[in-house]
Every structure is written in structure tokens, then in C-alpha cells.
Design a protein around this ligand. Structure first.
Ligand code: XIL
Length: 722
């Protein structure tokens, strides 16, 4: 039996006590009630789930007794009510009257799965006080495959196995009412008879898919023809395919692999070794504290790789053998694998085992944020080079490419492809999507035409690069992370519930401008030229000329005025820090006086250490991405510097701890401009504050509070040279 625990809902509970006299008209009056049973005895459409429970209608409620297992209760199929993909509010009122002072009744769904077995999802565990009615409200999204696999709702009590359950767990309970409302029933627009998108490119174009999308009456069917490669979005991950040790659940993945075979499409395998969506048994064993020894971990990994790769031998063209094994600073991720194995040996082993299990599959190391230059890309380059030198069978690097509308600059992606290909290996773009948001704080947008058109032009430019790189033998294939905006993971990440528009097909599965731009660009309006940036809208400082010697309390600083670093960009950081700036024809000099009582630089991520950052956009381009003249310089209180772009050879710094904080002085090169009186540069100063445990708990900035300054210069303030 397959037990899939997919969270497709958000639940909230109320006691029914919030209907004050001045309350707005309640939902019942405005929304569409699609199902209701008040259990007055006239509508007997619920059945005993175990078969032997006793149903009696008492005082306008259904009384359920005679349960002999926790999963016993009342059940009803909602195949006649639920529209696949639609969202509903479910309100239920329940109570119990005997036994313990508090207890719970659980509302759950049961649904047969495409690969066999049933999935059971607990929608809401309703905590009850003995003898008191409670009303709970649950927001529920019906799975898209519900036409082929109808959903049943049922009431039960918290699950215990038969040998653990006691008679008190089989308590009687009452249901007073269940009501289901929906005010937005999704009706997918039937896609026109469109030309397959993949045919427009020389390289294979694939998409991440779910098994339910292949059902007989799946609304996604018309989209599948646009892609000639598939990857499972979730069901090949460790937690799905080997949820408990030795129990492999291949069914759901097989649905997709079989479809790829039948349709003659390529299949990517994602993923064999990852720190996320991995069950804890992988790392459990006989070592100290119940942690697996290295041998036990390797044993678990090898069995997993042998079995999964072996199972799909000859059917999976490329495997993500290791996923996301790097920190942002380019060192090996501090994952449980690394903690147990102690070195990159676990990565080398994974590749060797995968090669042995299917010598014909291409083996990839996959990661995000390596599509632009910087520490993480360097880390990946050096790791792959080292492993290749050791003879480890790595065939390529996967660039996930979860990108934005402005970052990274597209030539950065091109450089990344060429850089990794220069190692003599393949590059695949493995999880491409383009969020329309530039930061986590941005409010939900409507998909207004302009942004969707801009997106189309950016996709076009990007795919032109892909064409070139494919023809040059550097790029192997491109995979989209999903079929349509309707169900992209970005609707829930990194901001839960924020609707996003990153893919080729929209929320109604209709082709978007980014589809048409490749198929018939006469359907895509020209871009509205961007208005010139209004420079008067940015915070400004005036900077005097001067050449201070760093670390000497140079008298030159006396000329510069002190500027407060006040914007709270994240959490809390002590108030009162300031900076001063001076310029000459080679540098902008910045002295930061940081107020901070607890200094810590234990974190492996430099940006989490007590440190200052200076952002310099020499041509004041205000671009949504980093150009060659843009840089982020970071220095911690021990004078350890780290960089993102910039001329690191010319950069200089000094740091000193002082009572109540620390001082940092830096000289940031002005090597891309001829600085003169009147020059304006994009500029910001930031303080990262760590707590005693080494975690960053606060950020303050002078001019830009988006926290996107590491890849987007458009909100930096301006420094004007006097
Ligand atoms: C995401 C899936 O899209 C979601 O459905 C799931 O809840 C979490 O994982 N990098 C990866 C993918 O390698 O596996 C992730 O997929 C997205 C980020």
C-alpha cells in the first residue's frame, strides 16, 4: 500500500464564537454551497467506514458508536461534488460525550493513487473538550486527478495501530453538520490546437510532471505534447520512492516513466541523494545517539541507488545523482551526509554506485544559484574538477535555473554553461522557471500584461543563448519545473499562497506570451519602452574627496560626515551604527562604526556573521542584476573579507573590535569609471548582526531594505562625489 502524504490544504479552526453582532454578511449568503448535510435523519448518504459501526440520528445529529478501530467512523465519496483542481471551504461541527476530558476527531480524505494503493490525508484534527460542540473550518484543494480518482471524505479519531489501540480510543462521537462551499470553481480553458513547443528548439525541452497529470481525463493532457522529456517533480525523491527502509514504492514514478517510454520521450531521474525530502531512517543507525555510522549510511545509499537506478535501467536518460550539496559560500553543505561521511567521499561513492547500476545513464550533480558567477559557482567548479581528477564518473552539471525577471543577467547563465562545459562535461538546465517577484516581501501581483510580455522577451533571449550553447556542444537539454502556472511550486515558495506566473502556460492552462513568442510572435505586443529611472527618487549622500590610510584613525575621516544606518531590513539589529565615506580617483573609502555587544562569526555562511557590507554600482546603472561594475564587499569584525563580484585584488580592508562594537574600514576600487567631482555611483552600506549562537538575527541598511542587493542594484542609494 502506498501512503502519500501530500499537503494540499491549509486548515484553520474556529469555535463558532466569532459571529459578533456587527459581523459582515457571512460566507453562506454570498458563496455557493455545493454540499450540506445537517444530519437530521432525512439525508442518509454517509456510510460506516468499517462496515459495522452503528449510525443513529439523535437530536438533529449523527451519533456514531460501535467503532472497533481508530479509522472507523463515517465516510462518503465526493466524486459527485468535487471539481478537480477546485478549492472549497469545508465546515464541520462535532462533539463527543464520554471518557477522557479531551479528545480529537479527525477529518481526512482517501483517494486511490495512479500507481496503485490509496493515499490518506488528515485534513484537520479537531481538538474537543468533552461534551462541547466545536465547529472547524478547513480550506481544501481537490487534486487535479479527482475525475479519475475520486476523493472520499471521512471522520475518524487519531490513528493508532490495532495492537496499540485501547477501547477508550474507540469512543463514540457526533456530527451535527457538514457544509461545503465554493465560490471559484476552476474551469480550465481548453487549450487551442497548438503547435508543440519543443519542436521550436534543437535541444530537448522537458517539464517536471506528476503522475496524476497522466490520468484518462486529466486536464493537463493537452500540455504534455509540448515537451519531449519528463522529470518527476516529487515521486522519485527518496521519501517517496523508499519511504521506509527496504520498502520501495515505484508505482507513481512508473506512471511517468511508462508514459515517457510510450510517447518516445526522454526521462530525467530526480534525485538519488538530497538533504531534503529524505526520510530520517537514511541517517539512523547504531552510531552515537542513534545516528548511522558511515558504513550504515553508505549501505543505505548504495541499496537505494542500486535499486532505484536498477529499476529504471535503460529508461532514465539522466540522473540527478547528488542534488544541492553546496552551501552558498561554495563549501560542502553541512548536511547529514557530510556530518556522517566527513568528506566529499559520499558524493564520489554515489556517482560510482550509480554508474555501476546503469552504465548507460548520464550522471549529474545538480544545484541552484550556480548559474551566476560567485563563490557557489566556484565551489561547484572546483568540486567537479577535483572529483573528475579522481576518476569519479560525473557526466555533467545541472543548473536548476530558478531565475527572476532581472537576475541573473542572461550572459551570466551563458558564462556558467561555458565554464562548466570547459571541464569537458555536459550541462543541463534542469528546473527552469522565472518568478515574477523580485523579493520575498513583494505583495501578490496580478498577471498584468506588461510583466507577462516582458517575461516572454526574456525567455526568448534566454532560449537564444540555449540554442547557441546547444549547437556549440555545451548544453544538453532544458527542463521546465512544471507544466503550468496553475500548479507551480512557486505559488507556495518562498511565500506561501502568493500566486506566481513563471511558466509557459497560465493558471487556466492557456498558452502565455512566452509560448507565442516562439511559435507566432505576431501575437506578442512590442515591449513598452522603459521610462528613464528617476534619480531624484533615491536616498543620496554627498561624499568629500580624501585618501585615508586604513586603520590609522586617519585625520582625513574628520572631513566626512557621519551617516546613520537605520533601515531595518530584517529582524532586529542594535541601533546607532554609522558610516563615513570619502573618494579619490581609485577608490571609494568607507568607515563603518558598528554598535554590537555580542560578536560572533561562527556561521559557515559569511553573511550570517557579524559583518559589514558595502555595495558599489560604479555606473549607477540601477539594474535588476549585477553588471561587471557591480560589487558587494563583506568584512567581518575579524577583518575576514568575502566578495560577490568586484576587483578583489585591489580591495583593502581593516577591522578592529572596540568597546560596544567594532570598526571596519574598506577601500572599494573604482576601476570601471573615471571618478570625478559630480560622479554618481549606486551605493549602500549594510550591517549583519549575529546572535551568540552564530545565527543572523538582524540586518540594517543605509538605503535599500529589499535584501536583494546581492543580485539586484536597482534600489541602491546614490553617492555623489563632491
Ligand atoms: C520542489 C517541488 O516542486 C515541490 O512540489 C516540493 O514540495 C518541494 O520540492 N529544487 C529541487 C526540486 O531540486 O526538487 C524542488 O522541487 C525545487 C527546488
Amino acid at each position: 500500500m502506498i501512503v502519500a502524504c501530500v499537503l494540499l490544504f491549509t486548515a484553520c479552526s474556529s469555535t463558532g464564537a466569532n459571529s459578533g453582532a456587527n459581523a459582515a454578511p457571512v460566507a453562506e449568503e454570498v458563496s455557493n454551497v455545493v454540499y450540506k448535510n445537517t444530519f437530521d435523519g432525512t439525508q442518509t448518504d454517509w456510510l460506516p467506514r468499517g462496515g459495522n459501526e452503528k449510525f443513529e440520528y439523535v437530536d438533529g445529529a449523527l451519533w456514531i458508536s460501535g467503532r472497533t478501530a481508530t479509522w472507523n467512523g463515517a465516510i462518503r465519496s465526493f466524486g459527485d461534488v468535487f471539481v478537480p483542481g477546485a478549492e472549497y471551504d469545508i465546515t464541520v461541527t462535532v462533539k463527543y460525550t464520554d471518557g477522557k476530558d479531551s479528545n480529537s476527531v479527525v477529518l481526512s480524505t482517501q483517494q486511490a493513487q495512479p500507481g496503485g494503493g490509496d493515499a490518506y490525508v488528515n485534513l484537520k484534527s479537531i481538538s474537543l473538550t468533552k461534551g462541547e460542540w466545536k465547529t472547524a473550518e478547513i480550506h481544501y484543494k481537490v487534486p487535479d486527478n479527482a475525475a479519475d480518482y475520486p476523493v472520499l471524505l471521512y471522520f475518524e479519531t487519531p490513528y493508532k495501530t490495532d495492537d496499540q489501540a485501547k477501547p477508550e480510543d474507540f469512543f463514540d462521537f457526533y456530527i451535527d453538520e457538514i457544509k461545503i462551499t465554493s465560490d471559484a470553481v476552476l474551469e480550465p480553458e481548453v487549450p487551442e490546437d497548438l503547435a508543440p513547443l519543443f519542436e521550436k528548439f534543437s535541444f530537448p525541452l522537458g517539464a517536471a510532471v506528476r503522475p496524476d497529470q497522466f490520468g484518462e481525463s486529466s486536464i493537463y493532457k493537452p500540455l504534455l505534447k509540448h515537451f519531449n522529456a519528463y522529470v518527476c517533480e516529487n515521486v522519485m525523491k527518496q521519501e517517496s520512492i523508499q519511504p521506509t527502509k527496504g520498502n520501495f514504492a515505484f508505482g507513481p514514478a512508473e506512471v511517468v516513466v511508462d508514459a515517457a517510454q510510450k510517447e518516445g520521450k526522454l526521462m530525467r531521474g530526480h534525485t538519488l541523494v538530497w538533504h531534503s525530502q529524505v526520510p530520517s531512517w537514511f541517517f539512523t543507525g547504531t552510531g552515537a545517539g542513534g545516528v548511522a555510522t558511515k558504513e550504515e549510511l553508505y549501505d543505505n545509499m548504495k541499496t537505494h541507488i542500486d535499486t532505484v537506478v536498477g529499476k529504471f535501467k535503460g529508461k532514465v536518460n539522466s540522473w540527478d545523482v547528488v542534488n544541492e550539496c553546496l552551501e552558498e559560500n561554495g563549501t560542502l553543505r553541512n548536511s547529514k551526509y557530510l556530518q556522517i561521511a566527513g568528506s566529499d567521499e559520499y558524493i564520489a561513492n554515489a556517482f560510482r554506485w550509480a554508474r555501476a547500476a546503469d552504465p548507460s545513464a548520464k550522471l549529474f550533480i545538480n544545484d541552484y544559484n550556480i548559474e551566476y558567477s560567485g563563490a557557489k559557482q566556484n565551489g561547484m567548479y572546483n568540486l567537479v574538477k577535483k572529483l573528475l581528477d579522481e576518476g569519479v564518473p560525473i557526466d555533467g552539471v545541472g543548473l536548476q535555473c530558478h531565475i527572476g525577471m532581472t537576475y541573473p543577467a542572461l550572459n551570466e547563465i551563458q558564462k556558467a554553461i561555458e565554464r562548466f562545459a570547459s571541464l569537458g562535461i555536459l550541462v543541463q538546465v534542469t528546473e527552469l522557471d522565472m518568478t515574477v517577484y523580485s523579493n520575498d516581501g513583494e505583495k501578490e501581483k496580478a498577471a498584468d500584461d506588461e510583466i507577462i510580455i516582458e517575461q516572454a522577451y526574456r525567455y526568448k533571449e534566454l532560449f537564444e543563448i540555449f540554442e547557441k550553447e546547444y549547437k556549440a556542444g555545451n548544453l544538453d537539454m532544458v527542463m521546465m519545473w512544471g507544466l503550468a502556472d496553475k500548479d507551480t511550486w512557486l505559488n507556495d515558495f518562498p511565500v506561501a499562497g502568493r500566486t506566481n506566473y513563471p511558466l509557459f502556460f497560465d493558471h487556466k492552462l492557456k498558452a502565455k506570451p512566452c509560448y507565442w513568442i516562439f511559435v507566432d510572435d505576431s501575437k506578442v505586443p512590442a515591449l513598452t519602452p522603459k521610462a528613464a529611472v528617476d534619480m531624484s527618487a533615491f536616498p543620496r549622500i554627498s561624499v568629500k574627496k580624501g585618501t585615508p590610510v586604513l586603520g590609522k584613525n586617519d585625520a582625513a575621516w574628520n572631513n566626512a560626515s557621519s551617516v546613520a544606518i537605520e533601515l531595518e531590513s530584517m529582524g532586529t539589529a542594535l541601533k546607532g551604527s554609522t558610516f563615513k565615506a570619502l573618494w579619490d580617483d581609485k577608490y571609494i573609502y568607507v568607515r563603518v562604526d558598528v554598535k554590537d555587544n555580542v560578536l560572533n562569526c561562527d556561521n559557515v555562511n559569511e553573511y550570517e556573521q557579524d559583518s559589514i557590507e558595502v555595495f558599489v554600482d560604479q555606473n549607477n546603472g540601477k539594474t535588476g542584476f549585477y553588471e561587471d561594475d557591480d560589487a558587494q564587499y563583506r568584512v567581518n569584525f575579524n577583518n575576514v573579507a568575502s566578495f560577490n563580484g568586484g576587483n578583489t585584488a585591489l580591495f583593502k580592508s581593516y577591522a578592529e573590535k572596540v568597546s560596544g562594537g567594532y570598526i571596519v574600514e574598506v577601500a572599494c576600487p573604482l576601476d570601471k569609471i573615471s571618478a570625478a567631482a559630480g560622479t554618481m555611483i549606486g551605493f549602500d552600506v549594510q550591517i549583519n548582526e549575529a546572535d551568540a549562537a552564530g545565527k543572523r538575527t538582524g540586518i540594517r541598511n543605509w538605503s535599500c531594505s529589499t535584501n536583494e542587493g546581492y543580485r539586484d542594484t536597482s534600489a541602491f542609494g546614490i553617492a555623489v562625489f563632491e
